[in-house]
Design a protein around this ligand. Structure first.
Ligand code: ADQ
Length: 467
């Protein structure tokens, strides 16, 4: 079988096999695929260097080769903090109000994609297949084609694809979309994001799509939805660890007569944290019987601190959680425990299992793995209830959760009341259906379906776009 070349902005550094806590399910699944066929995982080292040299840092462990490159500080500003996280991330999460359109960002984005292509191309052999990940690297395939590479290339987008009209608000949107059409397989998390992409191709570019195949300049491109998932077996092991059991006990002991509602998110405006706190406040106002009987444990480690909108949201959340606690707390009860900290992954599973309800209410999310982790970590005899935003990709297959509009404090509040009083039989019923989905649509199924389609591309004749 041909070797696999993975490219993503950041790579997961090799760990001893079995070090499950520091490597997420995605990294484990991708590393396993690399081990099977051999290959390389390439990305940015996370380090900067004064002048870009293209020198590759190589590390091999456990049969996986990791190759990284350092970028210039200006690259990081314009490509990573700029175009990726201040232009594409907000726009693709429907936050055009937060998107910054700056020519310098666009230039930096293209420069870094060129630098990635120049650095990785010499490592690629004619028989390799290439899988590029996420919004940081959309034009990478095109840049590799320009270097004469004819290998099968796939691209997977981890975040939503925006609706057609939103996409057209991006200056030079067509240039970005044309670059994506150099891949042989283009994958999205859900059929909703895929439909938005198709809508763009048909309406803006006048292209015709036959089933899931787009014929473009004499090439056949497969378009698909590949829902990402978790590694269920890995989660089952983590939930039995000492860390998980300690975390479980800490929550249960800290409030023996209170129900726990949990939220776990990177501190990001797309996760709907402000709206979630407002929904919880509305619940406290409208269901005073629940005072002293429930608390919200919100775990939200800061991310992307260099981007000012992330500082803003952090300030707003500090203030809002403080105000809610100030208004409702008693000497022996604090309604919100707001923790700005990352936890080891196994500890998190203990928190999930100790919780009665999860509030997963992003305003938009490509998929959302926290929803799946929460479900998988439950005790089948006495499972907790998932409240899930309709606007998370995860909602497409997880219809047995209590689905809410995350903008509606009334809906969040009602769903909380319903979840906290739900009879055991209904909880079990819903949980079983959700758990089936989580176990079936797991990270292995995601990886294998995508790679199978990419390998199919290998079997057919593809013609690279003429220069
Ligand atoms: P994210 O936006 O990061 O990922 P998500 O899918 O929820 O969102 O994944 C977050 C991961 O980080 C989860 O595995 C979670 O356990 C972990 N995590 C969150 N808070 C943590 C904390 N306090 N401590 C430790 N770990 C924490 C992007 C997209 C998603 C998509 C994924 C995968 O935005 O929509 O599901 O990629 O494709």
């Amino acid at each position: 079988m041909s070797r696999l070349i993975l490219v993503s902005n950041r790579v997961s550094t090799p760990k001893a096999r079995g070090d499950e806590v520091s490597q997420g399910g995605l990294a484990v699944a991708l590393s396993a695929a690399l081990r099977e066929t051999g290959g390389i995982w390439f990305g940015w080292s996370g380090e900067t260097i004064e002048t870009f040299s293209g020198e590759i840092n190589r590390q091999s462990a456990d049969g996986v080769t990791i190759a990284t490159v350092d970028l210039e500080p200006q690259d990081v500003d314009e490509y990573y903090n700029g175009y990726a996280n201040r232009t594409l991330w907000p726009l693709f999460h429907y936050r055009i109000d937060l998107a910054e359109f700056d020519l310098q960002f666009g230039a930096g984005y293209e420069r870094v994609n060129d630098r990635f292509a120049a650095t990785v191309a010499p490592l690629i052999e004619p028989d390799d297949i290439i899988w590029v990940h996420d919004y940081h690297l959309i034009p990478l395939g095109q840049r590799l084609r320009r270097k004469g590479l004819r290998n099968p290339m796939g691209f997977f987008l981890h975040i939503p694809w925006p609706p057609y009209r939103l996409m057209t608000a991006l200056p030079f949107h067509r240039r970005l979309v044309e670059s994506i059409l150099e891949y042989d397989v283009i994958g999205f998390q859900t059929s909703e994001w895929l439909d938005s992409f198709r809508h763009y191709l048909v309406t803006e570019m006048g292209l015709k799509i036959d089933g899931d195949i787009l014929v473009y300049r004499g090439r056949r491109i497969k378009l698909g939805a590949y829902p990402i998932g978790i590694d269920g077996a890995q989660l089952d092991r983590m939930v039995t660890t000492h860390n998980a059991q300690e975390a479980f006990k800490t929550v249960r002991r800290s409030a023996p007569n209170q129900k726990t509602v949990i939220g776990v998110d990177r501190l990001d405006y797309s996760k709907g944290l402000i709206e979630r706190f407002q929904g919880y406040r509305y619940f406290l106002e409208h269901y005073p019987d629940w005072h002293s009987k429930v608390f919200l444990l919100q775990i939200a480690p800061p991310s992307r601190g260099e981007v000012h909108t992330y500082e803003d949201i952090r300030k707003q959340l500090d203030e809002l959680s403080g105000r809610i606690n100030g208004a409702f707390a008693h000497v022996d009860w604090v309604p919100i425990r707001y923790v700005n900290q990352a936890y080891p992954r196994d500890g998190l599973t203990g928190f999930y299992r100790a919780s009665d309800v999860a509030l997963v209410t992003p305003l938009r999310d490509g998929m959302n793995l926290v929803a799946k982790e929460f479900v998988a970590a439950q005790d089948p005899e006495d499972p907790g209830v998932l409240i899930l935003s309709k606007f998370a990709g995860a909602a497409e297959a997880m219809g047995r959760a209590l689905l809410v509009n995350p903008h509606s404090k009334e809906q969040i509040s009602k769903a909380l009341e319903r979840a906290l009083t739900m009879p055991l039989s209904e909880r079990r019923d819903r949980w079983e259906a959700l758990n089936d989905v989580v176990r079936k649509e797991d990270v292995t199924a995601w990886r294998d379906t995508f790679l199978a389609d990419l390998r199919q591309a290998e079997d057919k004749l593809f013609f690279a776009t003429p220069p």
